[in-house]
Design a protein around this ligand. Structure first.
Ligand code: AMP
Length: 280
């Protein structure tokens, strides 16, 4: 597997693949790769001739009091996993390569409306940082397809909208969430959990499954159900940030249960923020 930091080298590699008529798949990540990330690589590999993964802890998508500095960086181990899963190249730029003029003067991309609720409401500027870095990486890699996890449901919806709105010639593939045996969605942030918190963590997904069951049985009061779920989480030791039953297309909180729904949730265990979702 090729390791690339430099933009000129990246562009030369992509040109070489393209001139050989090869189809290129791209998997953007922040590293500290787990089976969920590697599932994206496997999906990419099934659908293209070449797979390139980026590892970049994007400072633009972290708030001032978030975990940018302590975010786990495990490049050597990540490269081992990527090699085993047959990735052709990994692009590992530095912040100075991506943002040479600094973040304050960086042109940005912002998708309206889809970021108004959920993580967009709790993390000001987060999705602007995501849309901007994904646009930059798409312009650098120019892939035919790109794979994203359904675990980050709102992010996936925003990327799909951005690609449509900006006429980017890239097919976006959503990959189902990879979970631990007890249901916890795999996440790089799970590594922050203490042993005791790790035991509590699956309550998040179990609560979403319970809500889905209630909705399928015709539960009429969506707001009351959301509140019950938050109470369950808080009683288990979480500090619930949001639990929202939303319209699957618009991601606006649903007023009734007729449209296709998704339940999106975020909750803190100590200082660790976990997110998850379930379609109904
Ligand atoms: P991250 O490194 O957290 O930015 O994630 C990089 C990509 O991996 C994103 O598209 C995520 O949605 C996806 N991803 C993260 N965790 C999982 C998981 N448990 N299952 C599937 N995809 C995931």
């Amino acid at each position: 597997m090729l390791m690339i930091q430099d933009i000129a080298q990246l562009r030369a590699l992509i040109r070489q693949w393209r001139s050989a008529g090869e189809r290129v798949a791209f998997v953007p990540t922040m590293g500290n790769l787990h089976q969920g990330h590697l599932q994206l690589v496997d999906t990419a590999k099934q659908r293209a001739d070449r797979v390139i993964v980026s590892i970049f802890v994007n400072p633009m998508q972290f708030g001032p009091h978030e975990d940018l500095d302590k975010y786990p960086r495990t490049l050597e181990q990540d490269c081992k996993g990527l090699t085993e899963h047959g990735a052709d190249a990994v692009f590992t730029p530095t912040p100075a390569i991506i943002y040479p003029r600094g973040l304050d003067v960086q042109t940005y991309v912002e998708v309206p409306l889809l970021g108004d609720y959920h993580c967009g409401a709790s993390r000001a500027g987060h999705f602007r940082g995501v849309s901007t870095i994904v646009t930059k990486l798409f312009n650098l890699v120019q892939p035919d397809i790109a794979c994203f996890g359904q675990k980050d449901y709102q992010q996936l919806a925003i990327i799909r909208q951005m690609v449509t709105d900006l006429s980017m010639p890239i097919e976006i593939i959503g990959v189902p969430t990879t979970r631990a045996e007890d249901g916890l969605a795999l996440s790089s942030r799970n590594g922050y959990l203490t042993a005791e918190q790790r035991v509590t963590a699956p309550v998040l997904y179990r609560t979403l499954q319970w809500m889905k069951q209630q909705l399928n049985q015709g539960c009429p009061d969506l707001r009351a159900l959301e509140q019950q779920a938050k109470d369950t989480l808080n009683a288990a030791g979480f500090n619930a940030d949001y639990v929202n039953i939303s319209n699957r297309q618009t991601l606006v909180p649903a007023t009734d249960a007729t449209a296709p729904l998704v339940i999106l949730a975020a909750a803190y265990l100590g200082t660790t923020r976990l997110i998850d979702n379930i379609e109904v």
